[in-house]
Write a new protein. Structure first.
Lengths: 310, 566
């Protein structure tokens, strides 16, 4: 088990390393950052002075190592727009994004799992059909469209909820629903298909033959076993919740990292763009690692495989 | 609130394994409920009243007197820090601000300012006392805006004013200072007035105590609003300074909330989350349908077509461009006139600008107020060029380009002026109709700024909404001297009018010189081609009453004079 964990940790670090090169190199691949930062009419001398000042004339590997050395010590450079440290800007916005992502994840689990379970249990009924329609809509409707629709309906027309901003619980509801709908749909579909498979299994049939109540069968046997694939999806779901916040935060004026990224792109504030994308990548990798470890803990077969391999 | 109640209602028996999930959810709910409710609550609460103003951004989010002077930062900077001279919103006359009085000697080479002696600085972030505002503080603040790295467009005007020598600012006593000028300058009050982007006064003791970084994050001044808090990219909050010497605001707090998306801004207004915000024209009807009041602030900018390479007597001058043709100036003039009559100003004003604009005859009106109209600028005989595409084609032929020519144009979003890109699109289409093919290149404003500062505009024409900068024509047009990094063009021979105006102590006589200058611009169809003076539309929520705004200022200002709805 220890070796499995060690391998997964190494894989996570390698992934982060590769991603950091990709993120940092993206500026170089699309061209000299000077071209993006200065207008085409800027004189050669001004360009050279700018490159010198920004360190763009150094070899790529030197620039990368310099940047990463900074990142590892918490220095991600300074915003070109306002001169503030990028790490400080991201740290200031992180709680808002985490709050939204967590709310969205909880909503996803609270709605997606029961709905998927119910849908499989009532297979072929109107309830199943409705859940499937809900899932298709959720996975196909663009987030910004859902967001705007919810604002128009619940904030502007009905006046029940605020249209945006960050404040109390009321402010969290619409953006969390917007962000969660897509993942709720995914979890519902996954849970349904996984539960259908479980319902056909011998141990579920045996449990029923033993005379266990349907609630006990569904709760103890089906839910527990069908949840494992959903768990795997949980990492992607949480990471999606973080990165999906880019659109949702813009629609709901939510002061998180997503809006920071959009503002930075508009202002061509590339240190902030770079830092924000790197943080998103780190979230993906960390969530994937956590899910792997959790899966190892929950799935005895995988644990046995890991032990025998060691 | 209903949903919160419903969501927490209904006991549910939790099994141990779901308890953790429940605890996390509860923590989230509690933390979310504990936050600021964030609602715009202008004038309808028992507690403190907050005026919430929606803004697209707060610029660099730096409030130092020499950086925080862009359109984004100004609402905070000038809310906290005051200027020496106020402007009466009704008459637009200069009235005492921090300076009780100001006077010059006979030839305007010496200006003496007498400051009020009863104006305290706000306390610092930890309640420190910085005493009363003195002449030393004003001199220190003037020194800040004159720094080489000052972003203030007219920082050079200050340097010229005192011959770049701080010793020319003589401290007479605690509340009197005297400016010794190298040349007559009758427009000095304009350089300190509240109509324009001028010196915000801060405390020298505070800056020296906390250092520049801290002072830029938490400004201390004497204004009607005291800095309270700031969340980067989100909002800035100021609180009313009790018993302010000039005007204690009616609201207890003002919060500038950053809402970059215009549709989101409208939704926030419609739901009374924010109390006021500027909206683009196309969204105004939606706001009106909801019963919201719209206040139109006229003349916040003048849309003109700028002609690339117009830098007479400099290395950047482009003598061969179709609109210059230095070896045959009459042909160049014909091309400029062709471009002018090819523009259907009426259509632009009526269709694109919803009638909330005025067609103009000359470019770059220098002020939103006193000389904003054509008659005021160039006299009664001012005639807006009539739209005549046939005549435009004839003029192109007279200018040596019977088949038209190709040019490029740069277009970029102008903060607070969403109509700019529409006008550019209309210009491109109208010029194409007469044979001038314009290739459009999209850019962002910083890129435009770089291009302008590099004087790299050859072969380019572009439409730009120039915002008024000063009441005094000489002050306004000094932004088009070669010494100004941001100049879109150089005045060339027209610069002599600036010297004449500066030397003329009589106000009416100065305005007469300004009209001569305006007429010359109209006659030569240069250095730019005026299209329309545009307005900004402020949508006000139900809790906001009257606002004594100053015509010509596009950003939110005079917030201490915004009253709650009665």
């Amino acid at each position: 088990v220890g070796r499995f964990v060690f391998v997964r940790l190494v894989q996570a670090f390698v992934s982060l390393f590769v991603l950091s090169i990709v993120v940092f190199g993206a500026n170089q691949i699309v061209g000299d950052p000077t071209n993006a930062l200065l207008p085409p009419t800027t004189s050669f001398e001004t360009r050279e002075a700018f490159r010198e000042e920004m360190g763009f004339n150094r070899p790529f590997i030197v620039q990368y190592l310099d940047y990463m050395a900074g990142v590892l010590t918490g220095d991600m450079g300074e915003s070109l727009a306002n001169g503030r440290p990028v790490a400080e800007l991201i740290a200031g916005r992180l709680p808002a994004t985490m709050e939204l992502a967590l709310a969205s994840a909880l909503l996803t689990l609270a709605v997606g799992i029961p709905l998927g379970l119910l849908s499989s249990y009532r297979r072929g009924t109107w309830l199943d059909q409705s859940a499937r329609l809900f899932s298709v809509l959720g996975q196909s409707a663009p987030t910004f469209w859902v967001g705007i629709l919810l604002v128009l309906l619940f904030a502007v027309q009905l006046g029940w909820l605020p249209p945006g901003g960050r404040g109390g619980l009321a402010y969290l509801i619409l953006p969390a629903i917007t962000l969660a709908w897509n993942t709720v749909a995914g979890v519902t579909r996954l849970m349904r298909s996984s539960a259908l498979e479980t319902l056909e299994s011998d141990y579920v049939r045996f449990a029923r033959v033993k005379g266990l109540s349907e609630g006990s069968v569904m709760g103890k046997h089906v839910l527990r076993n069908a949840s494992l694939p959903v768990m795997t999806y949980g990492g992607v779901m949480m990471a999606n919740a973080m990165t999906g916040s880019v659109v949702t935060e813009a629609v709901f004026v939510w002061p998180g990292i997503g809006r920071l990224l959009i503002d930075a792109i508009s202002a061509r504030d590339y240190p902030v763009v770079q830092g924000t994308v790197l943080i998103f990548c780190a979230f993906f990798v960390v969530f994937a690692l956590l899910i792997d470890l959790l899966y190892l803990y929950l799935n005895p077969r995988l644990r046995a495989e890991a032990t025998s391999a060691a | 609130v209903h949903i919160l109640r419903n969501g927490t209602r209904g006991p549910r028996r939790r099994r141990p394994k779901t308890a953790l999930l429940g605890a996390v959810a509860l923590t989230l709910v509690v933390s979310a409920c504990g936050g600021d409710d964030g609602e715009g609550d202008a004038g309808n609460q028992d507690g403190p009243t907050t005026l919430v103003v929606g803004v697209a951004d707060l610029g660099t989010e730096n409030w130092s007197p020499y950086i925080g002077l862009g359109a984004g930062e100004r609402p905070v900077t000038y809310g906290v820090m005051e200027r020496l001279i106020q402007t009466d919103p009704e008459t637009r006359e200069y009235v005492p601000g921090l300076a009780e009085s100001w006077e010059s000697n006979e030839d305007s080479t010496e200006w003496t300012f007498t400051l009020r002696d009863d104006v305290p600085f706000h306390p610092g972030p930890d309640g420190q006392d910085y005493g009363m505002m003195t002449a030393e503080d004003v001199k220190f603040s003037l020194g800040l805006v004159m720094r080489d790295d000052s972003v203030l467009g007219r920082s050079d005007a200050y340097r010229q004013m005192i011959d770049n020598d701080m010793d020319n600012i003589e401290i007479v006593d605690d509340h009197t200072f005297r400016l010794h000028l190298p040349a007559p300058n009758a427009i000095v009050p304009s350089l300190f007035s509240s109509t324009t982007n001028t010196v915000p006064v801060t405390s020298q003791a505070y800056w020296e105590e906390v250092g520049e970084d801290a002072a830029s994050d938490y400004p201390v001044g004497t204004g009607p609003w005291k800095f309270d808090s700031f969340q980067p990219g989100t909002s800035a909050t100021l609180t009313a300074f009790e018993d302010h010497w000039r005007k204690t605001p009616d609201f207890d707090e003002i919060q500038y909330r950053i809402i970059p998306d215009e549709s989101a801004m409208l939704a926030q207004l419609q739901t009374n989350e924010i109390d006021m915000a500027a909206l683009p024209l196309e969204l105004v009807p939606d706001a009106e349908e909801q019963g919201l009041r719209v206040v139109s602030v006229p003349n916040v900018g003048v849309s003109s077509i700028y002609l690339g390479g117009w830098y007479p007597d400099s290395e950047f001058y482009d003598p061969d461009s179709p609109w210059i043709q230095a070896d045959n100036p009459e042909r160049g003039r014909a091309i400029r006139e062709a471009m002018s009559v090819a523009i259907d100003r009426t259509a632009i004003v009526e269709s694109l600008l919803g009638g909330q604009a005025e067609e103009v005859v000359a470019p770059v009106h220098f002020v939103g107020g006193i000389m904003a109209t054509n008659e005021e600028w160039v006299g009664d005989g001012a005639q807006v060029p009539e739209f005549d595409p046939e005549r435009a084609r004839e003029l192109l032929a007279e200018g040596g380009y019977p088949d038209g020519f190709d040019v490029t144009t740069t277009t970029f979003p102008q903060p607070g002026l969403p109509q700019a890109s529409d006008i550019t699109a209309a210009m491109v289409s109208m010029l194409a109709d007469v044979g001038i093919n314009v290739e459009t290149r999209q850019m962002q404003e910083p890129e435009y700024d770089e291009m302008r500062e590099a004087r790299a505009t050859s072969g380019n024409i572009w439409q730009y909404i120039q915002q008024p900068l000063a009441d005094e024509p000489a002050d306004r047009f000094s932004a088009f001297l070669p010494s100004d990094a941001g100049a879109e063009f150089f005045l060339g021979p027209l610069a002599e009018y600036i010297d004449r105006m500066r030397a003329e102590p009589d106000y009416e006589a100065r305005m007469g010189i300004a009209r001569e200058m305006g007429q010359e611009m109209v006659d030569c169809v240069c250095p730019a081609i005026g299209i329309a003076a545009v307005s900004s539309q402020w949508v006000m929520g139900p809790d906001v009453g009257d606002w004594q705004y100053l015509e010509g200022l596009p950003e939110i200002h005079n917030t201490e004079y915004i009253a709650p709805a009665s």
